[in-house]
Ligand binder design. Structure first.
Ligand SMILES: Cc1cc2nc3c(=O)[nH]c(=O)nc-3n(C[C@H](O)[C@H](O)[C@H](O)COP(=O)(O)O)c2cc1C
Length: 196
């Protein structure tokens, strides 16, 4: 295994493309990490709809980037060692694809590889409300060892902006891979509230 932590970042077509982008930005600042990015076809639409960034600008945030249909890419094989993958945001369609093992694109295949190699897979689902199928898929994947880390709002760090909330989520995702993130506030206990 090489020295840098190789992490696969999948951005699927749920709302909240910015969540995946901010994870890439945070990882880009870390010299000990090497990122491998795959963006789904529908995510290209949410990126266009929800952000002012071009696809190229987002791909430039990663060390390596792959087309969604490139099923011969390195990350499609278990022999390419990584510390795992995060899918952020994860659509309910991609969730279903992972849960059923239906790997008809590179994002799904990379997730399938993480599962078969028993590597860390973090899924950041973005949908509300959930239906029974979503909940069944989330529960099933949890039982397969997947970390289900929903894009939830957080308040205990007293956010003053959406960016503060995104940073908190980013920090939670990175901590799953033991990667520090300076803009993340971990809970220090209620008694410390008045000492700030
Ligand atoms: C603007 C926009 C927002 C969407 N938001 C969500 C969402 O929050 N969650 C979700 O599961 N699907 C959402 N969808 C639907 C997915 O994009 C759709 O199910 C698609 O097939 C997902 O494909 P993918 O998982 O390969 O990216 C959204 C679609 C569009 C166009």
């Amino acid at each position: 295994m090489q020295n840098k932590k190789r992490i696969i970042v999948g951005i699927s077509g749920a709302s909240g493309a910015i969540l995946g982008i901010e994870v890439l930005r945070a990882l880009q600042k870390n010299d000990n990490v090497e990122t491998h990015l795959v963006i789904s076809t529908l995510a290209e639409k949410t990126i266009f709809h929800e952000t002012d960034l071009s696809l190229n600008e987002i791909q430039d945030l990663a060390d390596y980037s792959y087309p969604i249909n490139e099923l011969g890419a390195t990350i499609a094989s278990g022999s390419f060692e990584t510390v795992g993958m995060v899918i952020v945001p994860c659509s309910m369609k991609t969730l279903a694809g992972v849960a059923s093992g239906y790997s008809d694109n590179l994002l799904l295949r990379a997730a399938d590889v993480c599962l078969k190699e028993r590597r860390k897979l973090v899924i950041v689902p973005r949908e509300t409300p959930y239906n029974g199928i979503h909940l069944r898929n989330l529960s099933f994947l949890h039982d397969q060892g997947v970390v289900i880390l929903p894009a939830m709002m957080t308040f205990y760090h007293k956010p003053k902006s959406v960016q503060d909330m995104i940073n908190q989520l980013t920090g939670k995702i990175l901590s799953q891979f033991q990667i520090p993130f300076s803009d993340y506030s971990s809970w220090n206990g209620m008694d410390n509230d008045h000492n700030e």
